[in-house]
Design a protein around this ligand. Structure first.
Ligand code: GUN
Ligand code: ZN
Length: 439
């Protein structure tokens, strides 16, 4: 007889995940199992608990993958990243507006070529997995080909991903322009083709206010209203000169954020990258609208944009996720990104605790993307996307770990010093999708 019961997989390791927001101090917001067992069935978490308890009831037919000495955490979630900018990461010398003209637009031009888009998407997803990132909110380019290629790759590789075509009808090279009408109809066709397929969701993606006419923003708002369960994804208040430019282009708006508000682009599932040069009224409005901020520290430092104020975001109750913002961001690693987030907070006299850092990279980012019913921690029934971290991935980390006395101390050192080498394996729905030490 054919056995139709889904195979159960068992993973034994230390396990750490957030069950809610740890805020400044709340250590009970994380669950830590020093010797834990994670059972996965049908790609979902079937059980999680102390190994000695769960092993008692585990049938002998199930072999345990033994990773004792390592740490399982939920897969990282990157709330803002540009896959077409992979090839231009680390481009020298300018701030946002020149950087866009000099490097970004010529690079994005190549994505009218479906083969180039497919090749880049495949590399990009491999790079995410190498860094332990299992879900992301991703910008394509203005070309629909870029989004088709990305979603095809993400579907083939089984990832939970959100992406969209960039809308851009002015203040950019002719070769990257759509029109309000084609932007609307192309986005609508992509929603129909991809939104809700497998683990994929669509984001309506006006690049930023300066590159869209009022008509384009209006149609983007209309599309968002017609499809309330899609995302809205854009940039806001990243760079001082950009903010001044928006004030000139939209003189009737109270602020940069207000431009998006006027076009009905602030709502649940809106994600705004950067949010550096906002005032308190903006922050309160953003929070009350249900939108989220994507904190992108490596990008903000690299482009000299400014320092994100995490405490101010928290004090208005805004959803905040962490983003790499590659290619302005300088690393795909969410560990490296946390390290820079910590330093940015220090510059404002704030300190990002290790548990809150874990939250930002996992459950907090999942909540920002409204995907926390599926991923973000390892609660029973969630999709089993997780990462096996190696405390000892470099000689320095090994030595530092010997001196560390508590879990928090170890975790903090791992976040400050870790990178892709600390990601031993990455699992998507319980299946190994990256193995650092394989071939
Ligand atoms: N603002 C508008 N477009 C971009 C982009 O591609 N990267 C960043 N960092 N900011 C932007
Ligand atoms: Zn960006």
């Amino acid at each position: 007889m054919i056995d139709t019961t889904p195979a159960v997989q068992a993973f034994r390791s230390s396990i750490l995940h957030c069950v809610r927001d740890p805020g400044e101090q709340d250590d009970t917001a994380v669950e830590y199992l020093e010797d834990g067992l994670l059972l996965v069935s049908g790609g979902r978490v079937e059980a999680i608990g102390p190994a000695d308890e769960l092993l008692k009831n585990l049938p002998d037919s199930i072999s345990v993958q033994d990773y004792r000495g390592k740490l399982i955490v939920p897969g990282f979630i990157d709330t803002h990243v540009h896959y077409p900018q992979t090839d231009m990461i680390a481009s020298y010398g300018s701030q946002l507006l020149e950087w866009l003209n000099n490097y970004t637009f010529p690079t994005e031009r190549q994505f009218s070529d479906a083969a180039h888009a497919a090749d880049t998407a495949d590399f990009f997803i491999s790079e995410l997995l190498r860094n332990g990132t299992t879900s992301a909110l991703v910008l394509g380019t203005v070309h629909t080909e870029s989004v088709d290629a990305f979603f095809e790759t993400a579907r083939r590789r089984g990832l939970r991903m959100i992406a969209g075509k960039v809308l851009m009808d002015r203040n950019c090279p002719e070769y990257l322009r759509d029109t309000p009408e084609t932007g609307y109809s192309d986005s609508k066709a992509l929603i129909e083709r991809w939104h809700g397929q497998a683990r994929l969701q669509y984001a309506i993606t006006p690049r930023f206010a300066p590159t869209s006419t009022e008509r384009q923003l209006q149609l983007a708002g209309q599309l968002a209203a017609e499809h309330p369960d899609t995302f809205v994804h854009t940039h806001v208040a990243e760079n001082v000169r950009e903010v001044e430019w928006v004030a000139e282009l939209f003189p009737k708006s109270r602020s940069y954020l207000d431009v998006y508000d006027q076009f009905n682009l602030l709502r649940d599932r809106s994600v705004l990258a950067h949010c550096i040069h906002l005032d308190t009224e903006d922050r309160k409005r953003l929070a009350s609208s249900g939108a989220a901020m994507a904190f992108c520290p490596t990008s903000n430092l690299f482009l000299g944009s400014g320092l994100f104020d995490l405490s101010a975001a928290q004090s208005v109750g805004a959803r905040v996720g962490l983003g790499t913002d590659v290619g302005a961001g300088t690393s795909f690693s969410m560990l490296q990104t946390l390290s820079e987030a910590y330093k940015v907070s220090q510059m404002a006299g704030q300190s990002l605790s290790p548990y809150r850092a874990l939250y930002l990279a996992t459950l907090g980012s999942a909540r920002s993307l409204y995907i926390d019913e599926h991923v973000g921690n390892l609660a029973v029934n969630k999709e089993a996307d997780f990462v096996l971290l190696d405390w000892q991935s470099t000689p320095l980390l090994s030595r530092r770990m010997q001196a560390a006395k508590t879990l928090k101390e170890k975790l903090f050192a791992l976040f400050m010093l870790g990178d892709d080498r600390a990601v031993r394996k990455t699992f998507i729905q319980g299946q190994c999708a990256h193995d650092r030490d394989a071939g």
